[in-house]
Design a protein. Sequence first.
Length: 387
Amino acid sequence: MNKISIKRSVIPVIFLLFFVSYLLIYTFVHNSDLGQHAGFAQQMLSGEMPVPGNFLFYWLVNLFSFFSGKAFLTKISLCFLIAIASTFRFFLSQKIVLKSFNNTFRSEHTYWVSVLIGLSLMFVFAIPLPGYFVNGFFYIGNFVPNVWHNSTTIFLFPFAIILFYLSYMQLITLSLRRNIWISILIILNVFIKPSYLFVFVCVYPFFLLYKYKLNKEFWLGIGPVLFGIFLVVLEYCMIFQNANLHNKEMSAVIFKPFVSYTYYSHLWQLPLSLIFSLLFPISYVIMRFPKLKRDLLFWFTFLSFIVALLIYFLIAESGPRATHGNFYWQIVICTWLCFFITVIALLKDIESMGLTMKNRFLLSLYSVHVLIGVVYFARLFIVKSYS
C-alpha cells in the first residue's frame, strides 16, 4: 500500500473506530444518553412526544433510519450520525493543526503529527482530582473537554467549532459572505442543541465592539447575533411549553448560584477541579502570558470558557429538569477549544524554539490529559457508567 492510499484510509478508519465505539457505548453503558435520545426520536416519530425545540438531531436519526421507528435501525442511525460528526471534528482539527505548521517546515512527518494530535484531541480529558478520590467520579464534578455519552453534544461539536472559527475570522476581517455562513451555523447550533450559542451571543458582540467600535462593521457583524437570540427565545418557549405540558410540576430557568454543581459534588472541590481539569491550558498561560496578553484568539477562547462557566454556576432549571445539568454542555465545547488552541500554540513554540525544558514539560502535561482520556474511555466499559 503506497503513502497516498494510507492517507486516504485515515478517515474511513477513524469513522469505523467511532462507529463501533458508539455502538458499544449504546449497548453496554447503561446510564448513557444515547439510548434515551434514540427513544426521543422514536417518540417524536410516533407522536408520543411533541416536536422539541432542538429537533434537528432527532429528525435526522429518523431520516437515516428510514422513518421506520424500529429500535435496531434507530440505534444504527444514531451511532452513524454521531460517528460522522466525530470524524468531521477530527478532520477539522487535523486540518487546522496541519495548517498551523510553517510552510517551510511541512513534510510527510508533519502530516502524521497532525493526525496524531487530531486523534488525541478526541480523547483528551480532565485530570479527575480531587473528585475521583472524594466521590469516585471521573466525569461528574469536573470540566471535561470530551464526552462519549451525550449524542446531541457529540453531534453539535463540529458545528460549534466552525461557528467559533468563522466568528474569530470576522474579528480579523469582516465579510458579508461569512455573515451568511455564520447565520446558517447559528440555525444548526440552535436546532441541534443551543448550548454553545448561549456563550456565543454573550462573547462575540463584546469582541465585535472591541474590534470595530460602533462602526459599520460592528452593526453588520451583530446582525447574526440578534437573529440567534431570537431563535434561542423561540426555542426556549418550545422546550418549556412541551416540558410543562407533560409534567405536573412546572419547569423553568432560574437564577440559583452553584446549585447544579452541588447536586453531585462538594463546593470546596470546585477550585481544585477547575485547576486539574484545565491543568495543561492553565500551565501554558502562566508560562507564556507575556506572549498571549495581546493575542485576540487567546482572549476570545478563554473568555468564552469563563462565560460558559458563569452560565453553569449561576443558572439552573427547576421542576423535573432540575438535576439534568442542561446548562453544563457549553463547558465541554469551550474546554475543548481551550485545549485545542493551546496545543496548536505549543506546536508552534516547538517548531520555532525546539523541545526546550518548558516545551517538554507542557507536552508531557498534555500527554497526561490524553492518557487520562484513554483510561476514561476504557473505564466506560469496565464500570458501565459515564460518571
